[in-house]
Design a protein around this ligand. Structure first.
Ligand SMILES: NC(=O)c1ccc[n+]([C@@H]2O[C@H](COP(=O)([O-])OP(=O)(O)OC[C@H]3O[C@@H](n4cnc5c(N)ncnc54)[C@H](O)[C@@H]3O)[C@@H](O)[C@H]2O)c1
Ligand SMILES: O=P(O)(O)OC[C@H]1O[C@H](O[C@H]2[C@H](O)[C@@H](O)[C@@H](O)O[C@@H]2CO)[C@H](O)[C@@H](O)[C@@H]1O
Ligand SMILES: [Mn+2]
Length: 453
């Protein structure tokens, strides 16, 4: 959640070296594809895939090698390594997308809370807190390696849960050159634009919140010369959006858009982030979730399997269209950010940053998600010109306090602080349930969490 670098970094355009931490992730091809699309303004000469899992990193190495050859970029050097020194030395940009504990632990984050009738989700509710206590340690490791081997590199982070990560990294590495971003806002905008016949490239969006916990207040369309948010809300109230081409065939994303319509029917003043469904409708979400087959299972049977099959096809010289992936704006968004830094463009992005007055009536040290300009000196948050309403403020303050307590709990190894965080989480109805689910998650996470005393 570093807002500004100390004086910026002299960025070079030659020998541009990008490292992907979590190289084995199925999102890697989409990111590499976006880099290649931008080769005129982001001329990468070397990619390094860094991971802790040799099999997944090697599968991705096979896919990316094929992709570079297929697209005529076999002049770009490609390295796949498990050695952090080899990976990060000489890096200019590090795109981070690690998942500590993998899908197996995500499955536990989702299923254990459900046993207690609580929301079981990757980044929201106590499942998100469970993931946070694992993820912080992993990402502190990655950022530590970058400080050691490439202290001038920019770290552009997608690793979740974003607000907890931002808060923890700021505490341990306040001067790291790091930007934390989530693709959800751009994905909401793109899906709305495609569904309702707009071009989001014409939009200037005002938005505030915490990550996966925020609201649009205005969507100004430069071509139409009006705020289109009220009409978008009206359209959403009338009928949910249909899934855009990315995530196609994915019923759980269709369910998310359906719930977005439910939220604006109840609270029609602002356009919410879809992830608020977990805080507004926890009971409905629990009722409609299969406790034996959650999102982690869908991803294992979907994205993970497809990635593995793609690598196998390439190894066996299969014919036909092998490179089959579509993650929408995900890759483009992070590469646009890197371009904006490298070329000092001051483009506008929704980022997770220390508040420092951007939301005037919220504590300064909250990690908030707001629009920001990005250039050579990093991200400069755009200050809102008005206070936020009590409804949103109350929700955000409770969530922010819970997140702060959780990060305190991580660094202090404090059971009490983590229990307070769980109790304060707005998806949890009682301290009793908070304690039971926490004690269960401690056992499940024994290889990953700090010891809590
Ligand atoms: N911010 C966003 O909007 C956004 C969008 C999509 C995904 N994500 C996040 O991106 C990450 C990856 O998601 P995924 O579904 O591809 O997960 P995944 O498990 O499929 O892939 C993650 C990769 O990270 C590797 N890894 C785990 N710990 C590591 C460590 N300490 N160092 C290096 N590599 C490590 C794993 O071996 C794996 O290859 C997750 O944190 C996810 O939540 C964020
Ligand atoms: O359940 P998953 O692992 O499929 O997705 C969880 C992530 O969901 C969001 O990312 C979306 C993204 O917004 C969309 O553009 C497209 O790329 O699909 C992604 C999911 O597959 C969210 O922003 C992330 O933080 C979540 O990790
Ligand atoms: Mn996100």
């Amino acid at each position: 959640m570093q807002a500004y670098s100390k004086g910026g970094i002299a960025m070079k355009h030659e020998d541009l070296h990008v490292v992907i931490a979590g190289g084995g992730s199925g999102y890697t091809p989409g990111i590499i594809q976006a880099v290649l699309h931008n080769s005129d303004r982001f001329p990468v000469t070397k990619f390094t895939l860094y991971d802790i899992d040799p099999v997944r990193n090697e599968d991705m190495n096979v896919i990316i090698k094929y992709m570079l050859k297929h697209d005529g970029y076999d002049n770009i050097e490609l390295v796949a390594t498990l050695d952090p020194k080899e990976a990060f030395t000489g890096a200019d940009f590090v795109f981070s997308q690690i998942r500590v504990g993998g899908m197996e632990m995500r499955e536990k984050d989702e299923k254990i809370p459900l046993k207690y009738g609580l929301v079981g989700q990757e980044t929201c509710g106590v499942g998100g807190f469970s993931y946070g206590l694992r993820s912080i340690k992993g990402l502190l490791g990655v950022v530590g390696y970058v400080q050691e081997y490439a202290p001038d590199a920019w770290i552009l982070n997608y690793t979740n849960p974003e607000t907890l990560i931002a808060e923890a990294i700021r505490r341990q590495y306040p001067n790291a050159h790091m930007i934390n971003a989530c693709d959800m806002t751009i994905s909401i905008e793109e899906t709305m634009a495609r569904n309702f016949g707009y071009d989001r490239k014409n939009w200037i969006c005002q938005y505030y919140g915490l990550n996966h916990f925020g609201w649009y207040t205005e969507i100004y369309d430069k071509k139409l010369e009006r705020d289109v948010m009220p009409e978008l809300i009206k359209k959403l109230q009338d009928a949910p959006m249909k899934i855009a081409s990315f995530n196609k065939g994915d019923q759980s994303w269709q369910d998310a858009w359906n719930m977005l319509s439910e939220i604006v029917r109840m609270f029609p003043d602002y356009l919410p982030n879809n992830y608020l469904e977990y805080y507004f409708f926890p009971d409905l979400v629990v009722e409609s979730t299969d406790p034996n087959y959650t999102r982690a299972n869908m991803v294992m049977d979907g994205r993970l399997k497809r990635t593995k099959e793609m690598a196998e096809k390439i190894r066996h010289h299969a014919d036909g269209e092998i490179l089959d992936f579509d993650f929408g704006e995900h890759g483009e968004y992070i590469v646009d950010m890197a371009c904006s830094i490298l070329n000092d463009l001051y483009d506008r992005f929704m980022l997770i940053l220390p508040n420092h007055g951007a939301i005037p009536n919220l504590r300064d040290d909250a990690a908030v998600e707001v629009p920001a300009y990005v250039g050579r000196l990093g991200a400069e948050p755009i200050s809102m010109r008005h206070d936020i309403p009590d409804f949103h403020k109350g929700l955000m303050e409770a969530q922010n306090a819970a997140e702060k307590l959780l990060v305190d709990g991580y660094f202090e190894g404090s059971y009490q602080k983590v229990l307070q965080a769980f109790t304060l989480n707005q998806t949890v109805p009682s301290a009793d349930k908070a304690k039971k689910v926490l004690d269960d998650l401690i056992v499940a996470n024994k290889d990953y969490w700090p010891e809590l005393k």
